[in-house]
Design a protein around this ligand. Structure first.
Ligand code: GLA
Length: 397
């Protein structure tokens, strides 16, 4: 049995509520949740006006909170891997290196910058089941969850798009990761049984039905991770900007291989390959959406493998652990129920996503786990996930 059982949202909510009572000796008035995400296809192109196709995972960052009238501080208690954080609403909100509270602080700063008043301080507890450093957007889950809490506490509705963009800015300004919009959009817009197809140029999300009981999405966490703030992510993003500038086009939307071939010598090999990934991955994502609509699973699987190859060879954001898992899935192949596999998320570690037949899922997971253990000595964490509900208010106005 290699597939780990995930806690239900109810359980995570109960954990946050009981942590709140333990810590603050009173029940929480507000309880909100926002999920992590997995991306089926469309990687490293959300900051290149591309299309991406993630969905919200059934793992959540839950905040339980209560307003303390007249007090001007917010006290965060997180427990477990997190340290407590205190923010004074009357002082400038400054990030602190490496602290999880930066995600919430950035969101708070975004609310204040919009002139939304936070009249009183409050106490809050975080319980999160989104695995950290697994490429499943644990940070976006915290941001979107905290923004949802501030909406509830202040009686403001930002709207999903504005909320997601505010959270993206929090990640840029307070966590030093120049991310695109995918993670925050998936966490805010996700719905049960729906993929979130995002047009990253228009910043619009379309919900695409994905209610196939015969198919299972396996997520395999390599348990190796490199911080996106280490620089590899920012460097890739910069290289795509350099490449776009060379083409003379205002946006990646509409840039073709002919356009980048025309400036190949100016770009040099490395930047050329980055650009090739952007152009081919954008095309693959649109083709994948079409394949899904037409039920052409073989085509979808092929596109997933191609996406992985491009991320490994052209964009160079994969690593040996991710490659082992994708190669193992490919080796099993369609006969043994695997449709396709690729790395998912920012890369440099994190997780792979494997689409397989539900009746074969357990055996596929066993094979991946065994092969991964033999090749790396590490026990992978393998989850089965269905598209789930995005950010929600469970308790409170
Ligand atoms: C991280 C970023 C996203 C996106 C992915 C790669 O998750 O936060 O914006 O760029 O990497 O697709």
């Amino acid at each position: 049995m290699s597939i780990v059982a995930l806690p239900s949202l109810r359980e995570t909510i109960a954990a946050a509520e009981s942590a709140f009572i333990d810590h603050f000796n009173a029940p929480a008035e507000f309880v909100v949740a926002a999920p992590g995400r997995v991306n089926l296809i469309g990687e490293h192109i959300d900051y290149c006006d591309g299309y991406v196709m993630p969905f919200a995972l059934p793992v959540y960052a839950v905040f339980a909170a209560a307003v303390v009238p007249g007090r001007r501080t917010i006290v965060f208690s997180a427990g477990g891997d997190f340290t407590d954080v205190e923010v004074n609403l009357d002082e400038p909100i400054e990030p602190v290196d490496g602290c999880w509270g930066n995600y919430a602080k950035g969101v708070l700063a975004g609310f204040l910058a919009r002139g939304i008043e936070i009249p009183d301080g409050f106490d809050l507890c975080l319980a999160s089941d989104v695995p950290l450093g697994a490429g499943l957007s644990s940070s976006a889950a915290i941001e979107v969850s905290f923004a949802t809490l501030l909406e509830a506490i202040t009686g403001t509705t930002l709207g999903k798009k504005e909320k997601a963009l505010l959270c993206q800015k929090a990640e840029h300004d307070y966590a030093n990761v120049p991310c695109g919009i995918m993670d925050q959009f998936a966490s805010a817009f996700g719905e049960e049984g729906k993929l979130v197809l995002i047009d990253c140029m228009k910043e619009e999300a379309e919900l695409v039905p994905f209610e196939r009981d015969d198919l299972t999405v396996l997520i395999s966490n390599t348990k190796v991770s490199h911080q996106l703030s280490d620089g590899g992510y920012a460097k890739r993003r910069h290289q795509t900007e350099v490449a776009l500038k060379a083409t003379g086009k205002p946006s990646w939307r509409g840039v073709t291989m002919t356009d980048i071939d025309a400036v190949q010598s100016e770009l040099g090999d490395e930047v050329y390959r980055r650009a090739r990934h952007v152009v081919t991955e954008t095309a693959r994502t649109l083709d994948a959406a079409k394949a899904l609509e037409n039920g052409e699973m073989e085509t979808l699987g092929k596109l997933m493998y191609e996406s992985h190859d491009s991320l490994r060879d052209d964009f160079e954001v994969s690593c040996s652990e991710l490659d082992v898992l994708v190669a193992a899935a490919k080796e099993l192949g369609a006969d043994k129920g695997v449709i396709g596999a690729r790395m998912t998320g920012g890369g440099f570690g994190g997780s792979t996503v494997t689409l397989c037949r539900t009746d074969a899922a357990e055996e596929v997971a066993n094979f991946l786990a065994e092969r991964y253990k033999v090749e790396t000595g590490i026990d992978a964490q393998i989850m089965a996930a269905r598209p789930s509900q995005g950010a929600l208010v469970y308790k409170g106005a």
